[in-house]
Design a protein around this ligand. Sequence first.
Ligand code: AVJ
Length: 352
Amino acid sequence: MTTIAFPIPSTEIIQERVAAAVRAGLMRRPKRLPAWLFYDEAGSRLFDEITERPEYYLTRTERGILAQHCGAMVGRAAGLESASLEASNLNSFSLDAIGLDGISLDRLRIVELGAGSADKTRLLLKAAVAQQGTVIYEPVDVSLSALETAKERIELEIPGVNVMPRVEDYTQGLELDPTPAGERRLVLYIGSSIGNFEPWEAECVLARVRAGLNPGDALLLGVDLKKDEATLLAAYDDAAGVTADFNLNMLARLNRELGAEFQLDAFEHRAVWNPDQSRMEMHLESRVAHRVRIDALDEELEFEEGERIHTENSYKYLPGQAEALLAASGFEPVESWTDEQGWFGVHLGRVI
Ligand code: AVJ
């Protein structure tokens, strides 16, 4: 069953949103464009390719953490109290077998902010199916097509998962159906997506998510951690040039959707580490002084040689910051997991 919580935005409305964002961003000095503009169809495909580049450690590192601890994560989210109990292979049969049949775990429903980060989500869904037999999975995304693809793929691949997609902009809050008694939600916000927000915005987004949940529900938050500069720079400027293409695709998108006349080879991809703000930045730097017409805005934009458009911030958290963020937005930090190198953090918080 497909739940559509809001009317599907028409193409014209989407283009109006793009035009408004571009008008506002390119009037500013320095010029900037919002990171959500990366993800049209071509951009989403390029992002998937980035996640397979050897330099982009984020995806595989988080996947490793989830693979190792997914059982403990869903166990704790369902109410298992002890962090020390190794829950990774728990199911209702093994609970009996090891004499834990007195434990009552609530049933979990898994919500995901963003439509299914593929194999990483699958690990948690499988762990939930092992724990409770079946699971309802509610991916939340602004893109209906992304949700439909995720539904088909996941229901085919993991028996026991019932996918109930929701078309919503979760940054504006979550509208979920009430859950039956004895059922809790585990909201997945993985993949370091939170890193694109300024710290104050991140708190605001999580507080809005929190407002749509009930006490006892949980949030699993994946954040990228600060590390040596060379590793960070390489991750955002891979040798095969996929990240450069991903960045430049934003201009290609404006050409397609707004009749802009950006010449992609007039711009260069730049990845910059900003130590004061603990964030990676991406920019598009004009190689020459030139002008660009944007038809839908009826504007001609001027670029100086070396002038940059700032397209993305990707915040790298310091130890303790994710827990502080959870606490500030209404979640009690329950447990955190990381990899051997301490490169990526996965944090469970419970609604209080
Ligand atoms: C999808 C926001 C987590 O910030 O690392 C990848 C996007 N930007 N390469 C990130 C991205 C450049 C990515 N997030």
